[in-house]
Structure formats: C-alpha cells, structure tokens
Design a protein around this ligand. Structure first.
Ligand code: RP5
Length: 173
C-alpha cells in the first residue's frame, strides 16, 4: 500500500485497475488539500479477489474510517468491499474502457441490495468522493472539520467573486 504521509491513514482509496488512477487521483488530491491522511492502492474484485477480502476485512482494525472504491464497467469492487466491512464505503463509478456508456458503472455500484449500502457519487466523481470521505472523518476530527469549513467558505467566495464578472459581461455585437 502506498502511504501519502507517515501519519496513519484514515481513508483508503482503492481502485479496480491502474487505469482508474486519473479519476481516483482526484480523490487523493482533495484529501491532500484538506490534510486528511490516506493510502491509495489497486484492489481488483475480479482479478485479485483474495486481496479484496483481505483489504476489506482488515480495514477497520487498521484504523481506517472510510473506504473510497472506484471501478468501471461490471463495477463490483465497492459493493463487495461494503459486504466485507462495517466502514462506510463510497463508490466512484468510472467511465472506463470496458464501460458501455458509464450507466453500467453507475448502476453496478448504485443498485445495492437492502442492508449493504454504498454511497455512490456521480460518474467519474473522484473529487466529490474525497470531499465526502473528509466530511465523514471530520465528524470525529475537529481539526478536519475546521478545514472543511474553510474549504466551503473558499468555494462560496469564488462564486461570490464570479457574480460581478457575469453581471458585467457584455455580448459583443
Ligand atoms: C474495472 O475494469 C476497473 O476498475 C476498470 O475501471 C476497468 C478496466 O480495467 P482495465 O482493463 O483497464 O485494467 O474492473
């Protein structure tokens, strides 16, 4: 497992293939921005099933608080991981090379049976998965909650700054 920092990871980012990295690194980037310790690795539900069982079953006792799992096509990794742990699992559907149009990835992750939830974000929603993971961790880490507050304030400021730009925009005739 690759560690972002020497701090004990609170979030585990897993993906079915290294080809998912361009989306899943957006999860890593936002966690890094919010200073939430994470680890990131490849766990394939179909190609390394034993590794998936090992990772999910040990996750809680390793001190992790949330798992973010990304996969595309027949995207079984988030759901199967959720079946093996009591930690919250956030699923990131990926429009991958084996995905028909992205809906297959979304529905494979979204339509879980009753009793085994996966918090599914939008297609290719790696960034929102990271924000949601940080918000979950923030419920028991006040310093992360403070950074979440600053993060939201910065977003608001950006939008507020854009208002005058839009209102003063003139269409060239
Ligand atoms: C899924 O199949 C992976 O999560 C990935 O999104 C997709 C394609 O994998 P590769 O063929 O690129 O390894 O299991």
């Amino acid at each position: 497992m690759t560690m972002e920092s020497s701090l004990k990871p609170l979030v585990s980012i897993i993906m079915g293939s290294s080809s998912d990295l361009p989306i899943m690194e957006q999860t890593a980037a936002v966690l890094s921005e919010l200073n939430v310790p994470y680890e990131m690795t490849v766990v394939s539900a179909h190609r390394t099933p034993e590794r998936m069982v090992e990772h999910a079953s040990a996750a809680a006792e390793r001190g992790l608080k949330v798992i973010v799992a990304g996969a595309g096509g027949a995207a079984h990794l988030p759901g199967m991981t959720a079946s093996l742990t009591t930690l919250p699992v956030i699923g990131v559907p990926i429009h991958s090379s084996n995905s028909i149009d992205g809906w297959d990835s979304v529905l494979s992750i979204l339509q879980m049976p009753s009793g085994v939830p996966v918090a599914t974000v939008a297609l290719d929603g790696g960034k929102n998965a990271g924000i949601l993971a940080a918000q979950i961790v923030a419920t028991s880490h006040p310093e992360i909650a403070e950074r979440m507050t600053a993060f939201k304030a910065a977003m608001k400021e950006k939008v507020m700054d854009s208002i005058s730009v839009v209102e003063n925009h003139r269409i060239a005739k």
